[in-house]
Design a protein around this ligand. Structure first.
Ligand code: HEM
Length: 448
């Protein structure tokens, strides 16, 4: 523990955990305002968390001094879902897997995924009817799951996609409740949440092992997707391929990391457009000028500048990854404070992205703020929706492209309106930042 860092007073045994859990986003924003560059929290008797609110210090943790850290408890708990894949592994293993998977996310490669993204958007809308009210968050999860499955694993999941999405949901909820709890109930104790978690893991395992087996059996060599890369990979030292379990961990990681984040971003985009008609009108004008009714392609993206600004601004206000945690493994000095092995450093995009110091009227949705040189004027880690350093999001370009293309595809045909405008839509900070209880919206066909 570092005695020199101040923070909100907690309860004797549980420390700050109850206040943190009660209203996490408000709690961390208030702490940043009150304590400045760094605030100390205690979760339970022994866990010390230091929240860094200074972009240069965040850069030190993620980039310059990253070797002193590993991913923190939350992600270690995530191993229960995603195993030891690229998101959760450390050191040499992480570097090897990252090198292996990187080509699947190369700019040139992902450009080829654009038509899948647009087509899946069109397919989703083929099920929509003018005037219908639905949970748009559910539909965004469905479409992003379909996109990640088709682009990465060469497969479409029509039947069973709801089951998979539900199983991932249960898994993520389990992980986030474990990550902020200081009582460890082993998985072998048959509590309701443990049973649900085990069941959902079985659903996911079954789906993924079937995918792997099918591809191994078919012996087809024509595939160039991520699954093909994983199955063809050979270790540099011993020439061994990956076991089914290793491939399963990577596939599961991409399933989980690669769809819910983008789905959240899409939900927030539609929420913000519904509540900011002037921004929506500007988008419609741009879509008319650039596309004039035809479907968008990757080549159109540079011209869809307002659509891109909307994505950027949405990731500022509602960053799907709202926090990054790291655990100290080797004593390290940051901003004049020394942290010891076992300490957790917390860095929140939600907090940093809403700081008055860097953004005028920080809570306002103003896509135009990113026009010009804002990102050059503010420190690098005052805006970091995709993290940074060697563990920066591998899917960042994929996600930006997917969000802009889905937005252009859907907004050309539909306006989405809040079904219950008087009801407050609240962000829920689980593993990702999602609209609490979904997002009920009414579909309005444009031009009708
Ligand atoms: C708007 C959408 C997305 C956001 C906001 C986002 C955010 C992030 C962030 C902040 C990290 C770093 C976590 C850390 O340092 O602890 C990360 C890592 C990662 N993301 Fe994303 N992500 C998004 C979409 C995607 C997509 C579409 C994919 C895959 C297709 C993906 C795959 C990954 C993977 C595999 C990692 C782990 C990288 C590593 O540790 O080497 N993400 N993401």
């Amino acid at each position: 523990m570092n005695e020199t860092v101040a923070g909100p007073k907690g309860l004797p045994l549980s420390g700050n955990i109850l206040a943190f859990r009660r209203d996490t986003l408000q709690f961390i924003r208030d702490a940043a305002k009150e304590y400045g560059d760094v605030a100390h929290f205690r979760f339970g008797p022994k866990r010390h968390i230091y929240m860094l609110n200074n972009p240069d210090q965040i850069k030190e943790v993620l980039v310059t001094k990253q070797a002193h850290f590993r991913k923190a408890k939350g992600l270690q708990v995530a191993r229960a879902v995603v195993g030891d894949g690229i998101l959760t592994s450390e050191g040499k293993k992480h570097m090897r897997q990252r090198r292996l998977m990187q080509p699947a996310f190369h700019r040139d490669r992902i450009a080829g995924y654009g038509d899948v993204m647009v087509r899946q958007g069109v397919e989703l809308m083929s099920e929509w009817k003018d005037g219908e009210v639905l949970d748009i968050h559910h539909d965004m999860m469905k479409v992003t799951l379909a996109i990640i499955t088709e682009t990465m694993f060469g497969k479409t999941v029509k039947e069973g996609s709801d089951k998979i999405a539900h199983a991932i949901d249960v898994g993520l909820k389990y992980v986030s409740s474990k990550a902020t709890s200081f009582i460890d109930i082993p998985l072998s104790v048959p509590t309701r949440s443990n049973r649900e978690f085990i069941e959902s893991s079985e659903v996911l395992d079954k789906t993924i092992y079937a995918l792997i087996e099918e591809r191994r059996k078919s012996g087809e060599s024509g595939h160039t997707d991520l699954l093909a890369m994983l199955l063809a990979a050979r270790d540099e030292d011993d020439g061994q391929g990956m076991t089914d379990e290793q491939v399963r961990d990577e596939v599961m990681t991409i399933f989980v990391a690669g769809h819910e984040t983008t789905a959240n971003t899409m939900s927030w985009i539609f929420y913000l457009l519904a509540t900011h008609p002037e921004a929506e009108q500007k988008l419609h004008d741009e879509l008319k000028a650039v596309l004039d009714g035809r479907l968008p392609t990757v080549e159109d993206l540079p011209k869809l500048s307002y659509a891109n600004l909307i994505v950027q601004e949405t990731l500022r206000l509602y960053p799907a990854a709202w926090v990054i945690n790291r655990e100290v493994v080797e004593e390290v000095e940051i901003g004049g404070h020394t942290y010891e092995p076992g300490d957790t450093l917390m860095m929140s995009q939600y907090v940093m992205h809403r700081m008055e110091k860097y953004y005028d009227d920080p809570d306002a949705f103003r896509p135009e703020r990113f026009e010009g040189d804002l990102l050059k004027r503010i420190p690098a880690y005052a805006y970091f929706p995709f993290g940074g350093g060697p563990r920066v999001c591998i899917g960042n370009n994929f996600a930006l492209m997917e969000a802009a293309l889905l937005l252009a595809t859907i907004a050309q045909q539909y306006k989405l309106r809040l079904a219950e405008p008087e009801k407050q839509v609240e962000p829920e900070p689980l593993v990702t930042l999602r609209p609490k209880n979904g997002l009920m919206m009414r579909l309005e066909k444009r031009g009708s």
